[in-house]
Structures are given as structure tokens and as C-alpha cells.
Design a protein around this ligand. Structure first.
Ligand code: ADP
Ligand code: MG
Length: 352
């Protein structure tokens, strides 16, 4: 009951916005389900090209608003700071859902990973300074470890709330300049399993580059539910049975892989990796056995990095990229993995 009152009061006193309040700026992206712009608010003109982000979404906008509202109340730090969402009827294209977030920063993890400076460019962003230290595998490993901890922390927040993201990929991870951490964006394909919102996975929304082999987050034994957003209570037992959160873990595992192996950061090399892994029946150890003997220096570098400290990095990676969802580690358990015991990047300067 208290939660309801709090949510209501919070909603009542939060500012609301309408079309005329929003001044469009640069387009940041466009997908099949909407377009994203950098915007400023008419009442609060800003000098830096807009402090907010607007998504004009089609039919899935309603679900995305629901997810963002829920995240705002339950695990605000996991995702980009959401302000408000509404149905805009006056658009030429018919009804659209408009969603507003705070502009978190210029760079997604894709942008940062495509740079030759990666992961040192991220170290500079997180620490707010360029460190004058010798470059090397150990330092790179600390940076990647810090990024992984932030990603798993954000994901644990979502999963503990009962939300599966289903589209975890570097393009959907933004570096928040304000908090100097990575945050998750784009809840357009997310599912809230506790209340059954968007229960049926929209398979066609899933990005095949980062999707776990099961494709569907629920196993086939699960009885089918109505396809429209419904408010049937899904018991946590169902969550336990099917472990839908492990779908996201597989995707994060692939991001870990790409961070460790410079040669797997491009789309084409990731697609090739997926093909190779499938041929190895999704067994990462046998993939390693096939590629390592004739590995390029770039590939060898990834194995070296993951083999540091007795191979705990490799061990963590292997516990995320597994065929069977139930054998994959959870976000919470991963955070307690010995890979994170060693001092991270921030231990070098200040506390996180
Ligand atoms: P899409 O459905 O088009 O993938 P996203 O929500 O992923 O929409 O947003 C598209 C792009 O817009 C992102 O990849 C990112 O570059 C940028 N973006 C989205 N939200 C924010 C935000 N809160 N702050 C800064 N940039 C953002
Ligand atoms: Mg996206």
C-alpha cells in the first residue's frame, strides 16, 4: 500500500511535458520502431545542444514507458535517467509514444570499443583523467574488469526487479558522464515477468549477434500467454524454472569476449565467432582448442588477458557463455566471482 501511495505522490509532483515543450535537435539514431533525437526543453533552454533525449516510438513505446517507469522506482541507477513518457496524437505519422530521458553522454560502449584506444579511453572517462602509467595487459584487464562490474551491477538491478532486457549489446550501453558509469538503455524489447508485461518474446526484435542460442526467454514447456500486455501475476517460481535472466547473461558474456579480444569487436568477426561456436556445440573450451593453435596475435592477446591470475577471467567468461541457460551464472553470483576480487581500476585512485 505504501508503495502505491509513494508512486502516486511521486507521479503527481513530477513535472510532465508535452510536444510544445520540446525543441528537437540532432538525430541520434533511427530504427524500425522509432527515432531518437537530442532535444532541449523550451522552458529551460540549454546551450549545449540539448540536455535531453527524445524517442518517438511506434507501438512498442507503451511497453517501453512501462519499463522505464518501473526502473525509475526500483533500480534507477541501472538505466538512463527517465523523465516522462506520453502518447502524442497530433503527429503526421499517427499516434506515437514520446519518451524523454536525460542526455547521459556522447558515447555508447560501441563507440568506445571501436576506438583503437580501447580500453584506455574508458579508463580516462571513468577516472576523469589520463593516467601516466605504462600500458599493458594487466592494466587493460583492470579496466575491463571495472566495466564488467558496472554492467553486471546494472543488470543485477534489472533482474532483481524482475525485468529481462533481451537486447543487451554495446549499442545499448551508454556511458553516463554525470555518474562516470555505464548505464543500460533501450528497454523496448524488455519483459517484466513479475506482472506479465510483454510476456511473449518478440523474437524478431532480438539481435542475432548477441542473442543466446535459446532465442526465446521462456522454455517451450511454459504455457503460452496472451500476446497483448496483460497483468496476470507470474509467480517467481516460473522465473526460477526458466531463468530468463540468463538470456541477458549470455549477451553480457559476448560483450566481455569482445572487450578481451580486439579481433572480435567488429560485427563481421562476431558473426564469424557465433558460427564457429555453434559448430563447437556452444562449448567455449572446444572453440578455444580449435582456434588457439593457429591464433593471430590479436586473438592470442585475448587468451593471455583472460588467463591472468590463474585464468579467473576465462573461468568467468566460460560461466556466462554456455548453451544451457541454467548452467549460466546469474548477475548477482557473477559479481561475487573471484575475477572481481582483485583490485579494480578505481582502487588505483579513488573509491567507486
Ligand atoms: P533504438 O530503439 O533506436 O535502438 P535507443 O534507445 O537504443 O533506441 O537509442 C538510440 C541511440 O540514442 C543510442 O544508441 C544512443 O547513442 C542514443 N541515446 C539513447 N538514449 C540516450 C541517453 N539517455 N543519453 C545519451 N544518448 C542516448
Ligand atoms: Mg538501441
Amino acid at each position: 500500500f505504501d508503495m502505491f501511495v509513494l508512486a502516486f505522490v511521486e507521479r503527481l509532483f513530477r513535472p510532465t511535458y508535452k510536444k510544445d515543450d520540446i525543441v528537437l535537435g540532432k538525430k541520434l539514431g533511427e530504427g524500425s520502431f522509432g527515432a531518437v533525437y537530442r532535444v532541449s526543453l523550451a522552458k529551460k533552454p540549454s546551450s549545449k545542444g540539448g540536455d535531453f533525449v527524445l524517442k518517438k516510438a511506434t507501438e512498442y513505446g507503451a511497453v517501453e514507458i512501462w519499463m522505464n517507469e518501473r526502473v525509475r522506482r526500483a533500480c534507477a541507477n541501472s538505466c538512463a535517467d527517465f523523465l516522462y513518457g506520453f502518447l502524442e496524437n497530433s503527429s503526421k505519422k499517427g499516434a506515437e509514444y514520446w519518451l524523454l530521458w536525460r542526455f547521459e553522454g556522447e558515447a555508447t560502449l560501441t563507440d568506445l570499443m571501436q576506438s583503437r584506444e580501447f580500453p584506455y579511453n574508458v579508463e580516462a572517462l571513468i577516472l576523469g583523467e589520463v593516467q601516466d602509467l605504462p600500458k599493458g595487459l594487466d592494466r587493460e584487464n583492470r579496466i575491463i574488469q571495472t566495466i564488467m562490474r558496472q554492467l553486471l551491477f546494472a543488470l543485477d538491478g534489472l533482474h532483481s526487479t524482475g525485468i529481462v532486457h533481451r537486447d543487451i549489446k554495446p549499442q545499448n550501453i551508454i556511458f553516463s558522464e554525470g555518474s562516470r558509469t555505464f548505464k543500460i538503455i533501450d528497454l523496448g524489447a524488455a519483459a517484466d515477468l513479475r506482472v506479465g508485461i510483454n510476456y511473449i518474446p518478440k523474437e524478431f526484435l532480438l539481435d542475432p549477434r548477441y542473442a543466446a542460442p535459446e532465442q526465446y526467454i521462456m522454455s517451450t514447456q511454459t504455457p503460452s500467454a496472451p500476446s497483448a500486455p496483460v497483468a496476470t501475476a507470474l509467480s517467481p517460481v516460473l522465473w526460477q524454472l526458466n531463468l530468463p535472466d540468463r538470456f541477458d547473461i549470455y549477451s553480457v558474456g559476448l560483450i566481455f569476449l569482445q572487450m578481451a579480444f580486439p579481433g572480435l569487436r567488429s560485427d563481421s568477426s562476431l558473426i564469424q565467432f557465433n558460427r564457429q561456436l555453434k559448430r563447437c556445440d556452444y562449448d567455449l573450451v572446444s572453440w578455444r582448442q580449435t582456434v588457439e593453435p593457429r591464433a593471430s596475435p590479436e586473438l592470442r592477446k585475448g587468451f593471455e588477458l583472460l588467463d591472468l591470475d590463474g585464468g579467473i577471467g576465462w573461468e568467468l567468461l566460460a560461466s556466462m557463455v554456455r548453451f544451457k541457460a541454467r548452467q549460466r551464472i546469474s548477475a548477482k553470483t557473477a559479481l561475487a566471482h573471484p575475477y572481481f576480487d582483485r583490485e579494480g581500476l578505481l582502487a588505483l585512485s579513488f573509491i567507486q
